[in-house]
Design a protein around this ligand. Sequence first.
Ligand code: PXL
Length: 269
Amino acid sequence: MKLLTVQDISCYGQCSTTVALPVLSAYGHETAILPSAILSTHTAPGFSGFTVLDLTDEMPKIIKHWEDTGIKFDGLYTGYIGDARQFDYILKIKSELMNKNGQFFVDPAMADHGKMYWGLGETIVQGMRKICSVADYILPNITEACFLTNTPYQEVHTDEFINALLERLLALGCKNVILTGYEKDGKLGAIAYDGKERVVVLKETQYPSYHGTGDIFSSVIIGNLLNGKSLYDTLDDATDFIVKSIQKTKGDESHWYGVKYEEVLAERK
Ligand code: PXL
């Protein structure tokens, strides 16, 4: 499949575009990028003084050239977006640059552990809601789900809390929700919901938690779904991939900024 991903390039730090491309290629997809910004590193705790170049002004020019050239995609995958003006360009791509039956995946990468990422605020939340409303799949973590649905954040994932989140997320207008970072009985995983059926996959929780795993998780999910894999097999592969990536990384104090997922990719059969 031919997939376009719209997210930032964090030059160092193993997240967003630099992890999405190798993962999606390994799952057999042709990839194209529309970078939302270029940063020297990601913005999570541990890095400070990073540089940011916003690329919003370049977007309409790139989209126009692709339109003139007749370029179309089978999949659109959006991640971290640093400037709210970009959401209308994303909607334009969705309506004008997609092949028939093209799938739109939104990872509203904007928050974790109960907080928005550095520099992001309410206009990003509103924009993410807008693109979620026309998505085939949205892939929020629990924190992002809370911001998207105006639900108070909770560390404890009671059935009531999770049920409410799933219904409210679907009410945004998307066709499918894949909620990540779902914890139950000491296990961690994901839950998919389309308004009728639920698919849940949980694995033994791995510690510590690492930055960038959400982006890798989404990429593995999208790689599988575009290959026609079932939701269960997709979630099973993605959770397994993250468990293995964390196991390869923990113990190496110098590698605090992301996970060593490359070895997991190389070992895939
Ligand atoms: O992994 C999500 C992400 C992507 N891009 C940038 C980030 C983050 C999370 O902090 O800072 C620039």
